[in-house]
Design a protein around this ligand. Structure first.
Ligand SMILES: Nc1ncnc2c1ncn2[C@@H]1O[C@H](COP(=O)(O)OP(=O)(O)OP(=O)(O)O)[C@@H](O)[C@H]1O
Ligand SMILES: [Mg+2]
Length: 222
């Protein structure tokens, strides 16, 4: 597709295992346009996190390719992949992954240290409504508040793409709704391409593209 920003072609991932190989992804191909809000759906074990890790440049496929913008990320070496991830991708994990011995603002600054054209951390914190929490450590924050800090950390480095792996699965409905507002704003106002794994129907319904995986293959892409 001409205007696609993320292009996944014939991706496979086979994990070696004691009791035989696991084919986590088998010939997965799809495209995501720039500025899209896309979700990856599918039952447990269908390959969502495996796909996420490859898109996030945290893992490499067994075969196939991923192109993000002009870069074929699956052709990069380890060091280039790390640099690409730092510069282009903001990652939000299910369990926040904040550093426990750093305050919220110090965690957020970790995002802004990585490259030049960062957003102002105080502006981002204000937009996310967490200004009053910035001097607290992660253990002094609720799950929803920690997730907002994690989103702020991903946003300040001004990435082209935000990738999230089940970001709301540990949140209650009110925090999930806050999260959705923030991610929609990241998509619409900050212009980020968002790709998000979710089991939550409300979250999935906000997306303009749904990529459904089943047994490591694309079941639907709508
Ligand atoms: N490092 C690994 N080594 C071996 N097998 C793996 C590894 N990681 C994942 N798998 C297997 O690959 C398949 C897909 O796993 P994956 O974590 O991608 O699923 P998922 O769709 O994210 O599931 P969930 O919704 O439970 O998070 C599963 O059968 C899993 O057991
Ligand atoms: Mg998973």
């Amino acid at each position: 597709m001409k205007d696609s920003f993320i292009q996944v072609k014939h991706l496979t991932k086979v994990f070696p295992g004691g009791d035989g190989e696991v084919r986590a992804l088998g010939d997965v191909s799809f495209c995501v346009k720039k500025g899209s809000f896309a979700t990856i759906l599918g039952p447990s074990g269908s390959g969502k996190t495996t796909l996420f890790n490859i898109l996030a440049c945290l893992d490499v496929p067994s075969s196939g390719s991923v192109r993000i913008g002009e870069t074929e990320t699956t052709a990069l070496n380890d060091r280039q992949r790390t640099l690409f991830r730092r510069n282009v991708i903001g990652i939000v994990f299910q369990f926040y992954n904040l550093l426990a011995d750093m305050t919220a603002i110090e965690n957020i600054r970790l995002g802004s240290k990585v490259k030049g054209d960062c957003l102002d951390e105080n502006d981002v914190a204000k937009r996310l409504g967490i200004t009053h929490l910035l001097n607290r450590f992660p253990h002094q924050l609720s799950g929803g508040q920690q997730q907002k800090v994690a989103i702020a950390r991903a946003l300040v480095k001004n990435p082209d793409i935000i990738l999230c792996d089940e970001p709301t699965s540990a949140l209650d409905s009110s925090s999930t709704s806050d999260f959705l507002d923030i991610i929609k704003a990241s998509n619409k106002e900050f212009g980020k391409t968002v790709l998000l794994i979710t089991h939550n129907a409300d979250v999935a319904n906000c997306a303009n593209q749904k990529i459904v995986l089943k047994d490591g293959q694309i079941e639907a892409c709508i």
